[in-house]
Write a protein that binds this ligand. Structure first.
Ligand SMILES: NC(=O)c1ccc[n+]([C@@H]2O[C@H](COP(=O)([O-])OP(=O)(O)OC[C@H]3O[C@@H](n4cnc5c(N)ncnc54)[C@H](O)[C@@H]3O)[C@@H](O)[C@H]2O)c1
Length: 346
């Protein structure tokens, strides 16, 4: 590391806390925390000895001592804060998902490119050693090819209600799915070919969500066929009753010669590989903090003027797949991904 960079963290919720911690662990200096909820910003700043507290990002971001803006805000704000920060000449690290539409992504990328700053996206789960191990397993042919990669995530209705808002964070297919879509792309080293999904709103009658005008799909089964012939499936629900004891099962990869299971993108300490009739537990390095790891890589990308480990390309890839999933649910049809992408960006 050649320099201690100065960071302004925008948003003092759960991710704001992870970012402050991660930046400090990576050896950099968080100079301010901003949140419309002043009490929240103050509490976070105090917990990590951050000197500056703001309630308005338009005040904190332009400060002369800010090099990097770390955005931990609800999805609908990613575009406006990224564009504002780029216009101020600041590097930007933004939480996933990139944004809600390709039009937003275009506006963000244009601002970043014109400002000549670096942009990174918070897909830290893809840095897990489990993802690399899965990629090596599949790419080496050890399990044979093609493979089926079955992922599963089950949760009670989300305490952060904006997660359920179709005009907010857009439900799990947008908010959570991005980690899985990124992982499939990495492990298969391929692009989607055909997308088919069915979705429902299981929490429609929940009174906790009655204030939301348009509920996002909270439960779905997604199947994505890749050009490589591999298949990713994602069964997800955020529609379970509060306090449910039901949990998702571990992710599984199934191939002609065996399979593997584990929490591949959850910074796992091991995965289990089943090859022919054998079973092997593969121990993996657990990162103390994937956020620390992603921030170190981001700073390297600035200092070496290289590409960020995840940026606009990754953000657009997963956004396009998310939109294809929504389209399939809306139409009830399988989506030809190549044609869908072409039409979307036309
Ligand atoms: N990378 C990951 O694994 C991961 C995990 C969880 C969330 N996220 C992402 O992080 C982002 C934030 O999620 P979160 O869970 O921290 O949400 P959160 O609700 O805990 O925090 C968001 C904060 O933003 C503040 N805020 C809202 N509008 C603001 C504004 N105009 N100016 C300043 N502050 C404002 C809120 O008061 C709140 O404190 C989302 O994009 C989410 O998808 C990423």
């Amino acid at each position: 590391m050649t320099k201690v960079w100065n960071i302004a963290v925008i948003g003092a919720g759960d991710m704001g806390r992870q970012h402050v911690k991660g930046w400090q662990l990576a050896g950099h200096q968080v100079v301010s925390v901003t949140d419309v909820d002043q009490g929240r910003a103050e509490a976070l700043a105090q917990a990590f000895q951050v000197p500056g507290v703001y309630t308005d990002y338009q005040e904190s971001i332009p400060q002369g001592n800010v090099d990097i803006v770390s955005i931990c805000l609800p999805l609908p704000l990613h575009r406006e804060v990224t564009v504002f920060a780029a216009n101020q000449g600041k590097h930007i690290f933004c939480e996933k998902p990139l944004t809600r539409s390709l039009e937003d992504a275009d506006a963000m990328e244009k601002a970043v490119t014109e400002a000549g700053v670096q942009f990174g996206l918070g897909l830290q789960r893809n840095l897990s050693q489990g993802v690399l191990a899965a990629r090596a397993l599949v790419q080496s042919g050890r399990l044979g090819r093609p493979v089926l990669f079955a992922c599963d995530s089950i949760a009670e209705i989300r305490p952060k209600r904006i997660m359920h808002d179709a005009n907010g964070n857009m439900g799990p297919l947008m908010d959570l799915g991005c980690h899985y879509y990124m992982m499939w792309q990495t492990v298969f080293n391929s692009s989607p070919k055909t997308v088919y999904a069915q979705g429902r709103v299981l929490a429609r009658e929940r009174r906790e969500l009655s204030h939301i005008e348009e509920l996002a799909i909270d439960s779905a089964v997604v199947t994505v066929e890749y050009e490589s012939g591999d298949i990713g499936t994602f069964t997800v629900s955020w529609g379970m009753p509060p306090q449910t004891k039901l949990r998702g099962h571990q992710d599984r990869i199934l191939g002609p010669r065996g399979g593997a299971e584990g929490g591949f993108n959850a910074n796992p300490s091991k995965i289990t590989v089943y090859e022919e009739d054998g079973v092997e537990e593969v121990p993996l390095h657990v990162y103390p903090s994937l956020h620390q790891e992603q921030f170190q890589l981001f700073v390297q990308s600035i200092e070496q003027q290289g590409a960020a480990s995840a940026g606009f390309q990754a953000g657009r890839d997963v956004l396009t797949l998310t939109l294809a999933i929504f389209k399939s649910i809306e139409t009830g049809e399988a989506i030809d991904f190549e044609r869908f992408s072409r039409e979307l960006s036309a």
